[in-house]
Design a protein around this ligand. Sequence first.
Ligand SMILES: O=C(O)CCC(=O)C(=O)O
Ligand SMILES: [Fe+2]
Length: 219
Amino acid sequence: MTVQTAHSSAPAGLDADPAWIAAHPRVQRVPSKDLTLFIRRDFLSAEECAELIDRIDAKRRPSTIADDNGDGYFRTSETCDLDHDDPFVAAINARLDAFAGIATAHGEPIQGQRYSVGQEFKAHTDYFDPKGADFARYCAVAGNRTWTLMVYLDQPAAGGATRFTKIGKTVQPETGKLLAWNNRLSPGQPNPASIHHGMKVRSGVKHVITKWYRERPWG
Ligand SMILES: O=C(O)CCC(=O)C(=O)O
Ligand SMILES: [Fe+2]
């Protein structure tokens, strides 16, 4: 007899299947006709979040943006490229891939983001604008971004929510809470309703991990 677990039957597709994500325990779908957005609280434990925060704080650098719009205050946070040779990071990565049901090869390495008081990431989309100046530079090999998975690692005392401005949904940071959304309407077609704002932290500090998937294998 073979015993099927959720993980052993995980599809390793090129794209996530919303039905696969929705079938995981404790997943909520945000009601919206314009954006496929899921929330899963307690995806990571507080201990796992703390381990990731330590790694992010040890190796952070100023965050960057594509298609510079001249606003030097557009993304004021810090970023860390997490080391996938670290078995702890690789294990977290495998859990994200299994949740999405997307083949590991299609994922960018996980990044960490850190915001202290006053820092934010103004309203943006995670996909690259096919008409933007930086499109070829970021998308020539792996194609555009498809899905975003993001996990809050802590909970600032005030501020730091993620606001999906077009659909009017604000998500509050909560340790271990995962968001997953589809940045496309269909293959090759970015979804402008995926625009979101990482709002200013007003008190305390905020850390998240971001995991982006691509149309084609990464690297
Ligand atoms: O920090 C947030 O709430 C959003 C982060 C984000 O949108 C990003 O890193 O692309
Ligand atoms: Fe984003």
